[in-house]
Ligand binder design. Structure first.
Ligand code: ADP
Length: 430
């Protein structure tokens, strides 16, 4: 039996899945838990545990308390190295939560320096001279300045983090990184001796992240985005800290039955994926929130239809539709009620069908929709398997007692190629 060597505390659900699949890509066997309670159940035969919290936009004191509880669970499981994971666009407000949470975790672990590596170059998020770019734009000109919960109005992360803390914030810049891991190691040590607590790390490409991975693989605690995860996992494998698993489990190909797809996302990508499924002759039904509002019993009919359809092939039920139909439903019912009706219906359908023998695997499209379904199914943890498309792995959903629920893929709106549903329905992995 091997023990996990890395624990991650993630400040939101899809961010947790993101880093979990990046670690798996680096050869680690990874489990994502919904909160800290399930950690003891899944800490066997696992290299990394990612705890998904929902602390990004709550009061700093609550975020600190929940993050410390998560740290406690990781330490009880004997996990020696911890990352605090936040978004690669550094989503936070002047009050927090990045500085307060990382400081509390560092203090609990007795760490005198907190390196921060937010960059995710594959998605265009790079950091140069402490400034965060999204593609070609500085963060505060990228659209993030208008974020409803955490408007990012300053791309200078040294200054931004400085507003969240009274402790000194330093910078490990591109020039320093170009001198290699030894120079970086020494510079971090000097900053620590000078009383600097937080260090923002530049990284404009994968080479820079590899240098960070070499140095941070020796640190018990650090913070940042998911970009560091694959190089870090590779480094931990190279140095013999775990045995890399080159073939993550397929999960989905291991069960009988057909694929049930539930879609609540109205993103362009999801609508194209639904169309591709329809064009292929897939069995499909649509949920209309106004009709469902008048006749809630229609959910039962859909459950009956899907239970039958799944005996002969994959089935897809979607609320997802084009902008005009969504707007009409929202005018009739209100924005949040329209969304809730669809989420509640899809959750009820998932609960009714998930344990039937003809339901082999479940695919859910939409971030909010995924959250609703995962909570309706009482999922406590997800074992991360093979990637279907970048950032979307097959997972094995487990309940609190550790029993398997079903192979599950959770896709946030814009993820996945046009054939995503086809491959989850008829061909199990790429
Ligand atoms: P994404 O990841 O694309 O943002 P989400 O699931 O997070 O997808 O959000 C989509 C929201 O739209 C959900 O709350 C869902 O219930 C809602 N929705 C889906 N279909 C409809 C519809 N026909 N009318 C109104 N709202 C809908």
């Amino acid at each position: 039996m091997s023990r996990p060597i890395l624990g991650v505390i993630a400040d939101d659900f899809t961010g947790a899945t993101d880093i979990a699949s990046m670690l798996a890509r680096g050869g680690m066997r990874v489990v994502q838990t919904i909160g800290p309670e399930a950690v003891p159940l899944v800490a066997r035969d696992t290299d990394a545990v990612v705890i998904a919290l929902k602390t990004r936009s709550i009061a700093a004191c609550d975020a600190v308390a929940q993050s410390l509880a998560a740290l406690d669970a990781l330490r009880r499981a004997g996990i020696p190295q911890v990352q605090f994971k936040y978004c690669s666009t550094f989503d936070s407000t002047p009050e927090g939560n990045i500085a307060p949470v990382s400081e509390a975790l560092a203090e609990a672990l007795g760490c005198p320096l907190i390196p921060h590596v937010p960059a995710l170059p594959v998605n265009g998020r790079t950091v140069y001279k402490g400034h965060l770019f999204v593609g070609d734009a500085l963060l505060h000109e990228s659209g993030m300045q208008a974020h409803p919960l955490n408007p990012m109005t300053d791309a200078n992360l040294v200054r931004w983090l400085g507003r969240q803390t009274s402790r000194p914030v330093g910078l490990a810049d591109h020039q320093l990184l170009s001198r290699g891991p030894d120079a970086l190691r020494e510079a971090l040590e000097r900053m620590r001796q000078d009383g600097i607590l937080h260090v923002i790390g530049d990284a404009i490409d994968e080479d820079a992240l590899s240098i960070w991975a070499r140095v941070l693989s020796e640190y018990p605690f650090f913070a940042g985005g998911s970009g560091l995860a694959t190089p870090l996992a590779r480094r931990l494998g190279e140095t013999g800290r775990f045995t890399p698993d080159r073939n993550p489990p397929g999960f989905a190909s291991e069960t009988a039955g057909h694929t049930l797809i539930l879609a609540g996302s109205c993103s362009t990508a999801t609508l194209a994926q639904i169309q591709a499924f329809r064009d292929k002759g897939g069995q499909i039904r649509q949920i209309e929130p106004t009709a469902l509002n008048e006749n809630p019993k229609a959910v039962q009919d859909l459950i009956g239809w899907a239970a039958d359809a799944l005996k002969s092939g994959p089935a897809l039920i979607h609320g997802s539709t084009g902008h005009e139909e969504v707007a009409a439903a929202q005018r009739a019912l209100g924005i949040s009620r329209a969304g809730q009706i669809v989420e509640a219906a899809l959750s009820k359908i998932a609960r009714a069908l998930v344990r039937l023998p003809q339901t082999g695997r479940l695919v859910v499209a939409g971030g909010e929709t995924s959250g609703a379904v995962v909570s309706a199914l009482d999922v406590a943890a997800l074992r991360i398997g093979a990637e279907i498309d970048p950032g979307v792995p097959w997972t094995l959903a487990l309940e609190a007692a550790g029993r398997q629920i079903i192979p599950l893929a959770l896709k946030s709106g814009n993820f996945g190629g046009p054939d995503f549903f086809l491959r989850t329905a008829w061909g199990m992995a790429r």
